[in-house]
Every structure is written in C-alpha cells, then in structure tokens.
Design a protein around this ligand. Structure first.
Ligand SMILES: [Ca+2]
Length: 256
C-alpha cells in the first residue's frame, strides 16, 4: 500500500499498516482502520499536502499515526488509542493536527519532535504517558513556532511537556487549553515558551490552580473580576515559565 490515496481500508498485523513515502503530493488516507501492526499504523513520510482523515488506529507498536519529514499535511478527525504513541510529527513543519482524540498510549498522546510551525488544535489527549510532548535537536532541527491551542489534556502522566536542550526547543505557544488532572500538569525546559496569549486573550485552564479572581486588567490590579486568575500559574521545569493569565473555568476564553 504505497503512495496511493486510500479510502475505507483495514490494515492490520503488518510491520507497517499504511505507508506513504518518497515525496508524493496530496495523498489522502480516509476512513481507514489500522491496528496490531508492529510499527506505525499510518505513516506519511516525506510528503507534502497529505491528509489523514477519519481514521482509527489502535494497538500498534509505534505511532498510531505519524507524519515524518512531511509538510503542509493534516491529520483530522482521527482516533488513536493504545499504541506506543498516539499521533506524532517528526521533522520539518507547517502541519496541522485537528479534532483528534488520543488515549491510553504508552508514550505521548501527541508529540512534535524537531519540527516547526505546526498546530495541534481542538484535540483531546487523555490517559497517556505524556499528553502533548515537544522536543528538538534531531538533525539539529529546532522545534519552534508551534501552536498548541483549544485542546483538552487530562489524566496523563505529564500533561504538556517541553523537553530538549533549550536551544532546540523555543518560541512555542500554548494557550486556551484545558489542562485537567494530570499527575504532573506541565513541564518546561525550553526557551521562551508562551503559556498565554497576552491580555485579555489569556492563557490556559489548570484544574489545580488555586488563585482567586477579584481583579482585572493586564496587571490584574483593577477592582472587578474578569474570569482570569489574579496571580500567575507557575510551570515546573528549568525554564521558570508562567501562565500569566490562567482561567478560572474550563473554556473560560469562550466566555462560558
Ligand atoms: Ca482576575
């Protein structure tokens, strides 16, 4: 199953489930089930403009779905459970993971490794080793300018973690996520991570935030609440990062 668009295929008990490799453009993998493969369920390697849509991956040894050295590709409306890892982006950039659900993966639910300008949005990651993990340095590629937004990250070992020597992981943005009841909510050893989108756009919801909301404004010193906690949420890790504008309620940025 090489380098052709696929619809409604079941691929199971192979070394690799569905494989796309060597510079094809615009390949679409849709409505497929991939399971019990030794390595990846679906791998888009060295592709441009590929789409993986409405696929289910489970019980694969490595990633359920992986974009490897691909760009301008999209994974959307997919489910990836009980694999080595859920859905990963490795090397290159400008990809989007949208509206996917990952759970019970041994390693990361979602990861971005040595890749830049990718977006993970409107996804759910629960009960994985790591909810969402970023790292860099492979081939000296820097993981930078990635955006993580509008996700629910719950009940993972680590909720959202940024790893790697800081020069290989920098300038990533993580805001408007619900970060709920992870054993460790977050970890940051990267450079210049933005854990909020400024004021009044705000940061994330943290289920263990203990601050109160009596004040408003960029410096949270104007009397009257605004839905944003008055004190920052401190992110564990060597970066010493803060979410300056943690929300008091889930989806608080939507004003609900
Ligand atoms: Ca406030």
């Amino acid at each position: 199953m090489i380098n052709e668009s696929k619809k409604g295929v079941n691929a199971y008990s192979n070394l690799l489930g569905i494989t796309v490799y060597d510079w094809p453009t615009g390949v679409t993998i849709k409505d497929c089930n991939v399971y019990s493969n030794t390595y990846q369920g679906i791998i888009l390697g060295w592709t441009t403009g590929g789409v993986v849509s409405n696929c289910k991956a489970w019980s694969n040894g490595a990633e359920g779905i992986k974009l490897e050295a691909s760009s301008y590709s999209t994974v959307e409306d997919c489910v990836s459970t009980s694999n080595g890892q859920g859905i990963g982006i490795s090397v290159w950039g400008f990809n989007t993971i949208r509206n996917c659900r990952v759970s019970n993966n041994l390693g990361s639910g979602f990861y971005i490794s040595s890749a830049y300008s990718n977006t993970i949005e409107k996804c759910v990651s629960s009960s994985n080793g790591y909810g969402i993990a970023l790292s860099g340095g492979f081939w000296y590629i820097v993981s930078q300018d990635n955006v993580i937004t509008e996700n629910v990250v719950s009940k993972n070992g680590v909720g959202i973690g940024l790893y790697a020597p800081s020069e290989y992981c920098k300038d990533n943005s993580i805001y408007h996520n619900n970060i709920v009841k992870n054993t460790q909510q977050a970890y940051d050893e990267a450079l210049n991570t933005a854990w909020d989108n400024g004021y009044p756009s705000g940061g994330n919801y943290w289920s263990d935030y203990v601050g109160v909301d009596l004040y408003s404004g960029p410096d949270q010193n104007i009397l009257g609440p605004d839905g944003i906690g008055d004190t920052p949420y401190n992110i564990p890790g060597t970066a010493g990062s803060q979410d300056r504008y943690p929300f008091m309620m889930m989806w608080g940025w939507k004003g609900v």
